[in-house]
Design a protein around this ligand. Structure first.
Ligand SMILES: NC(=O)c1ccc[n+]([C@@H]2O[C@H](COP(=O)([O-])OP(=O)(O)OC[C@H]3O[C@@H](n4cnc5c(N)ncnc54)[C@H](O)[C@@H]3O)[C@@H](O)[C@H]2O)c1
Ligand SMILES: [Zn+2]
Length: 372
């Protein structure tokens, strides 16, 4: 029985794999039946749920009872919350758990949580017995709008974020926006940076929609939030379908705001949220686009105004020197021969990739973030 008021369902075709995406209030109660629908040959499966302790305590019961009701055999593994768990030792412990539970080739890993849980559990699923099915149930704004879809999985090494990873598309993504009600407001706002990013690489219409619905979005109005998630995941799915494994360059557009954003994130020791760093990175990328005569000042002002409306930073609150940012930029995974690749804008919905941006222009755009 469907218990949601609004439900959207679409499929992402990523090469040989399909990801079914279901979005709706209380969709978490239907994960068991949705999994059974796409597992016709084997409707009751062995399922390993991976959650962090906070999310597990808040939302784990709804998911596990749904999976059990559908006849699955369910075990659960909990990790400590936070980026610190996206490491080799937690991944190793998770493998031992899968072994002890006799998780086989036909089993399914279900990730319940934010991007930390889905990146880690996804990598475990990608590598366990050379790859088993996995499902994502995101619970943060960041994961609902971005991390849950696209098949990127990873862990960090000391001094290197996402250095070990694999592409492994989930078979099912179930987004239940009611989970956002328990999220810290700062994490709600941080995730919205990805929504502005999606609008800037896709269309002015979506930016206008977000401006018009800002107060309902921040209040987590159910219908508007469901619509917001759907619009974001459709944009991301469109890009990922064109480039499922980051071979053609189309996927590079999703990196808008992330080049300088990641450098700030590295230099801050993960004290700022990812979305807050992306917000700063988007301001710098817009100003860089303006400095190179690609983008007019009105658009830059419009983007900054929406970031402020969503409570996101447009100024960096600590004096990190450009040379530290530059050193990190050169190590960026997307740098070519030591030159960082920038996604810039020629207008809203018109991203371009440039590898020839003068160093001084990058420095000025970054340093403008430090001005009072
Ligand atoms: N694979 C991708 O495509 C992709 C995309 C974007 C980000 N990421 C990764 O995602 C990670 C960041 O993810 P995140 O921002 O979701 O952070 P997160 O997973 O660390 O979650 C943030 C905090 O919120 C808590 N939390 C989660 N859901 C909650 C809820 N509903 N109620 C209350 N508390 C809740 C968690 O316990 C945690 O303390 C980074 O490691 C980043 O690299 C991956
Ligand atoms: Zn991001």
């Amino acid at each position: 029985m469907l218990q949601w008021l609004i439900m959207f369902d679409f499929t992402l075709n990523a090469g040989s794999r399909k990801t079914r995406v279901v979005i709706g209030p209380n969709a978490l109660l239907e994960v068991g039946s949705l999994l059974a629908q796409i597992s016709q040959a084997n409707p009751s499966r062995h399922v390993a749920v991976v959650a962090d302790r906070r999310v597990g305590a808040l939302h784990g019961d709804r998911l596990i009872s749904s999976l059990s009701r559908a006849g699955n055999r369910v075990c659960e593994y909990r990790i400590d919350p936070g980026e610190g768990s996206k490491n080799l030792s937690t991944l190793g412990e998770l493998y031992h758990f899968l072994k002890a539970q006799e998780i086989g080739r036909d089993a399914v890993v279900v990730a319940l949580g934010g991007g930390v849980v889905s990146d880690l559990a996804g990598l475990a699923a990608a590598t366990w017995m050379r790859g088993i099915d996995w499902v994502v149930c995101p619970t943060t704004m960041e994961a609902d709008l971005d991390a849950c879809l696209g098949g990127k999985t990873a862990i960090d090494l000391p001094g290197g974020k996402n250095l070990v990873g694999a592409f492994h598309h989930p078979i099912l993504v179930v987004v239940d926006p009611t989970c956002l009600a328990t999220l810290e407001p700062r994490d709600v706002r941080a995730g919205l940076a990805e929504s502005i990013k999606h609008a800037l690489i896709d269309s002015s219409d979506f930016l206008t929609w977000q401006e018009a619905h800002a107060s309902s979005i921040l209040a987590l109005d159910q219908a508007v939030t469901t619509d917001l998630i759907l619009r974001n995941l459709q944009i991301k799915a469109g890009v990922v379908e064109r480039d499922p494994q980051e071979h053609t360059g189309a996927r590079m557009m999703l990196n808008f705001g992330h080049t300088i954003g990641h450098a700030i994130e590295d230099c801050c020791g993960y004290d700022l949220r990812h979305g807050e760093c992306v917000s700063l990175g988007m301001v710098a990328a817009c100003r860089l686009s303006q400095a190179l005569n690609l983008l007019n000042a009105k658009v830059v002002e419009r983007v900054e105004a929406l970031l402020v409306l969503f409570g996101l930073p447009t100024r960096l609150d600590r004096p990190i020197e450009f040379k530290r940012i530059e050193a990190t930029l050169q190590c960026d995974k997307k740098a070519r021969g030591g030159s960082p690749q920038f996604v810039l804008l020629e207008g809203i919905g018109k991203p371009v990739v440039r590898g020839d941006v003068p160093r001084d222009a990058v420095r000025r755009a970054y340093e403008s973030l430090l001005e009072k």
